[in-house]
Design a protein around this ligand. Structure first.
Ligand code: ACO
Length: 429
């Protein structure tokens, strides 16, 4: 077997060091041995946006961006989306194995019990303006939960951690649904814990304005599959934000609120909302070439396209495209799907997108489905949070139980002024 080391020669000094390789990675700290002068700080790695830096060892989610592969705990996403259910996939992500029937029943029961939220939290949701963006409300509400459950600070206590996991997964759909009802000026529809997780969420939201509160099983199944597809994606922007915050031993509500804030941005989980707005603005298949020209002239981005990791078709986008047609069978079509399909076809044929390996990502088709199901556009990122919560919780548990993890504290390359003396206000030019 070849030697598992890397030899580096520092041409400033002629010094050569040999550092161990583990998992195709070297330890950034090993570079510190390289110094131009004996009293130098030592060499660092510069990596804005963490494009080539592993910040943790993880056993949760595997992504191969070149081959378009996504697996949770080893199970292919295609199988999970087809055969599993969201809470079962959440269990798998958090505990590492598929549950037995008893474990699953207990898990479902614990989470559904926690769908009933504290009255203070329900009251807090009423204090926002009717037109407040639901993500602002959700982020605030998750952070506020830390004030109601101060014992959550005990992040190294297994049982305490488990309680917060049940509570967070239980409460999120209720918070989302209540803030939506507030906007409409409707009274809250309280959770129905005998229903399944997704059925209960749709029952509380009632996005299709059903008189009888009935939930269509096709729509519930579609949303369940969509949530599974969103449930984890290893060290993305929001998960890294969560790990950064939680590395200081912050409670999980504060950490998840921070992760949700990171997800809100249009380059990440806010992209589903941005795609819908983009497709609506394009408005007609005839206008697609003009829009793509704007993208190529860098006057606009093709939202829902491109990914830091996938340089091939995002496997989630393939599955979502299929789900769209199942949903349209129930809801009737969404005229935006024709624009999306044609946009995808033209873009994939275009040298600009092909040469940069830009393909549709998970957000390209999800918004069209959510809209057909009756969700308002600004609720889309909230739906992403609901789906992603198990992944954040799994990553949080992994971090909290990983002896190699320390408080996150990146370095910088300082390029600012050297020391200079303070100038009193009267003497400044
Ligand atoms: N539209 C047009 N050009 C794009 C797009 C896009 N959506 N995405 C990337 N490019 C171009 C860049 O301009 C760049 O071209 P250049 O080399 O000529 O300058 C090249 O492709 C590489 O792009 P980067 O910005 O370096 O890719 P990065 O990995 O930093 O960004 C990102 C990834 C943020 C997802 C980007 O592709 C993007 O902005 N996409 C649109 C927003 C989106 O859909 N986000 C959701 C991602 S999935 C998720 O978070 C759940």
């Amino acid at each position: 077997m070849s030697k598992q080391t890397l030899t580096i020669t520092d041409n400033r000094t002629g010094e050569t060091i040999e550092v161990p390789i583990g998992h195709d990675t070297i330890k950034a700290l090993d570079l510190r041995q390289l110094k131009a002068q004996p009293d130098d700080f030592g060499m660092m790695a510069y990596d804005p946006g963490y494009t080539n830096t592993a910040s943790c060892k993880s056993r949760i989610t595997y992504v191969d961006g070149d081959r378009g592969i996504l697996r949770y705990r080893g199970y292919p996403i295609e199988q999970l989306a087809q055969e599993s259910a969201f809470l079962e996939a959440a269990y798998l992500l958090i505990f590492g194995e598929l549950p037995s029937a008893d474990e699953l029943a207990h898990w479902n029961e614990r989470i559904m019990r926690h769908t009933h939220i504290h009255e203070n939290l329900a009251d807090l949701l009423k204090t926002f303006r009717h037109d407040a963006h639901p993500m602002g409300i959700l982020i605030s509400a998750i952070a506020a939960m830390s004030t109601l459950h101060p014992e959550a600070k005990q992040v190294h206590d297994n049982q305490r951690r488990l309680q917060q996991i049940w509570r967070i997964l239980g409460a999120l759909p209720t918070v989302a649904a209540f803030s939506y009802q507030n906007r409409l000026g409707r009274p809250y529809t309280h959770p129905h814990s005998a229903l399944g997780y997704i059925d209960n969420f749709l029952y509380m939201m009632n996005p299709m304005n059903q008189d009888d509160g009935e939930v269509d099983p096709v729509l519930a199944r579609a949303l369940d599959a969509l949530f599974i597809l969103h449930a984890d994606h290893e060290q993305n922007c929001s998960t890294s934000a969560l790990r950064n915050i939680a590395s200081s031993d912050a409670d999980p509500y504060s950490s998840i609120a921070g992760a949700a804030a990171a997800l809100y941005g249009p380059l990440h989980g806010g992209a589903n909302e941005a795609v819908l707005r983009m497709l609506t603005a394009i408005g007609d298949v005839k206008k697609i070439p003009a829009y793509l020209n704007k993208v190529k002239n860098r006057e606009a981005r093709l939202m829902g396209f491109g990914h830091r990791v996938y340089k091939n078709y995002d496997p989630r986008a393939q599955i979502i495209k299929k789900i769209a047609y199942d949903v349209f069978e129930v809801t009737g079509g969404n005229p935006l799907i024709d624009i999306a399909v044609e946009l995808e076809r033209i873009a994939l044929d275009d040298e600009y997108f092909a040469s940069r390996r830009l393909y549709p990502n998970v957000d390209f088709y999800s918004g069209i489905i959510y809209q057909a199901m009756g969700f308002p556009v600004d609720m889309f990122p909230v739906l992403f949070v609901l789906g992603r919560a198990p992944g954040w919780l799994a990553q949080w548990v992994e971090l909290a139980t990983d002896p190699e993890q320390r408080i996150a504290r990146p370095r910088q390359i300082y390029l600012g002024e050297d020391e200079r003396s303070y100038v009193p206000l009267a003497e400044r030019a």
